[in-house]
Structures are given as structure tokens and as C-alpha cells.
Ligand binder design. Structure first.
Ligand code: ADP
Ligand code: ADP
Ligand code: ZN
Length: 222
């Protein structure tokens, strides 16, 4: 029996993790687990974790490992994750990476690949400040780089409602990049040591990166 795929997407804010994760979901039947999305849902629902996370997220800092791990574990108990998962935005600290190793070991699972999507800091502000998503299906768009085919209408579901994130502004992005370099970038070496690191050029076009990731997933799931 083949093992379920466990793919980690590593990269700074705006690297294209969410964009690529959604494409991989469609192509490989994997499930995207975005801790950012899970946290935003908790904030919107006004749960205890959401209340604790809200101000931290708005400041562009990282939510505590305890909260993030609780939310992720909860999501992993849902049966749709059995075929394989794409971890988008998790782990983001060495503590989370160690907790993930322990969690996977308990279930006799292992990391298929950790893909670092490499992008210039200079591109991040533009990527993040032009980002918006469909309010109905969550499809991602960008003011300059990825517009809907018919202006104002989601390509995927036809909705005409779009939204922007509270933290996608030029002021917060600096703090998010600082958090990335201080707490998340060290994971690149962590996964290199474990022999599961792959890198893709995140400055390429969306379709080029998608093809690179396809090759990685096809190889690691063989
Ligand atoms: P992340 O999940 O890593 O924060 P997203 O996937 O949300 O990043 O992408 C950030 C923004 O940049 C979105 O508006 C998206 O449409 C756009 N984008 C994603 N990948 C690329 C790319 N390779 N080139 C140009 N724009 C991109
Ligand atoms: P992006 O990829 O654009 O940085 P995310 O949607 O992944 O955005 O995360 C948004 C915010 O949610 C982060 O700035 C942070 O406050 C919080 N967050 C998401 N994932 C984690 C995580 N694994 N650990 C700590 N905080 C997280
Ligand atoms: Zn939509």
C-alpha cells in the first residue's frame, strides 16, 4: 500500500503557497491545510482560539504554537485528509516542525517533501498588497498578476463577491517578513538535513511553478 502524501509548502507571505496548494488539490486529490485559513475561520467564528489569535495576526506576528497545533490536529481528524495533505503555512517555527514530526510518527506517516518556494523580499509587498480572493469559493486573484477572465466574476464559481485580508497591507507585511526570516526560514535547513527538501523558483510564472511542483509530487508519490 502506498503511503498518503504529506507535502509541506514553505515560503514567505505571498510566495504562492495558497495558489499552488489549490492547484495541487485539483490535480492530485490532496487536501490543502492552511493554518492561516483555519485561524481566519476561528477569528470569524469568534472561538476562544480565534479571539486570542486576532490581534497577533493583525500585527503580522506568529500565533502561538499551542493554538496553531490544536487547530491543525483538530482538522487532521477529519476523514478527507486520509488520502494526503498539503501543509500550507505550517510548520512555521522549529517547535511546530518537531510537533509535526511527532504527530506523523504516531500515525506511521512521514513527510514526502518540503518544498521551499523561493521569492525575493522585494516582490512580496506587491504580491501581498494586490491579493484578493473570491468570497464564495476562496479562489485567489491578484490586481496585476491574476485577474478573473471576466472582470468582477470568479472564474471558478461565478461569484461577484471578493474580499481582501486585513493583514495584507504594506505596514503589516514588514512584520510578517521579519517573522518569516527569524522563525520560519530556519526550517529550510531543518528539512534539508532530513533529506526531504526541494526548492522551486517562486519568481516564475504561476504555471511554471505548478509544473515544477507537479514533478515533485509525481516523484514522491510514485
Ligand atoms: P501565499 O499563500 O504564499 O501567501 P498566495 O498564493 O496567496 O501566497 O499568492 C499571493 C498573491 O500573489 C496572490 O494574489 C496570487 O494571485 C499572486 N501570485 C501567486 N503566485 C504568483 C506568481 N508566481 N507570480 C505572480 N503572482 C503570483
Ligand atoms: P501568508 O502565507 O500570506 O503569510 P497565512 O494565511 O499563512 O499568510 O497566515 C496569516 C497569519 O496567520 C500569519 O501572519 C500568522 O499571524 C498566522 N499564522 C498562520 N499560520 C501560522 C502558523 N503555522 N504559526 C503561527 N501563526 C500562523
Ligand atoms: Zn469563486
Amino acid at each position: 500500500m502506498t503511503h498518503p502524501t504529506v507535502l509541506i509548502l514553505l515560503g514567505p507571505p505571498g510566495a504562492g503557497k495558497g495558489t499552488q496548494a489549490r492547484m495541487l488539490e485539483e490535480k492530485f486529490g490532496l487536501v490543502q491545510l492552511s493554518t492561516g485559513d483555519l485561524l481566519r475561520a476561528a477569528v470569524a467564528a469568534g472561538t476562544k482560539a480565534g479571539k486570542a489569535a486576532k490581534a497577533v495576526m493583525e500585527a503580522g506576528e506568529l500565533v502561538s504554537d499551542a493554538i496553531v497545533l490544536a487547530i491543525l490536529k483538530d482538522r487532521l481528524t477529519e476523514p478527507d485528509t486520509a488520502k494526503g495533505v498539503i501543509l500550507d503555512g505550517f510548520p512555521r517555527t522549529p517547535g511546530q516542525a518537531e510537533a509535526l514530526d511527532a504527530l506523523l510518527a504516531e500515525q506511521d506517516l512521514k513527510i514526502s517533501a518540503a518544498v521551499s518556494i523561493e521569492v525575493d523580499d522585494a516582490a512580496m509587498v506587491e504580491r501581498v498588497s494586490g491579493r484578493y480572493t473570491c468570497g464564495s469559493c476562496g479562489e485567489g486573484y491578484h490586481d496585476s498578476f491574476k485577474q478573473p477572465v471576466n472582470a468582477g466574476t470568479c472564474d471558478k464559481c461565478g461569484s461577484t463577491e471578493f474580499k481582501r485580508r486585513a493583514d495584507d497591507n504594506a505596514e503589516t507585511v514588514g512584520a510578517r517578513l521579519t517573522a518569516y526570516h527569524a522563525q520560519t526560514a530556519p526550517l529550510i535547513a531543518y528539512y534539508e538535513t532530513r533529506g526531504v527538501l526541494r526548492t522551486v523558483d517562486g519568481m516564475s510564472a504561476i504555471e511554471t511553478i505548478a509544473a515544477d511542483l507537479d514533478a515533485v509530487v509525481t516523484q514522491v508519490s510514485a
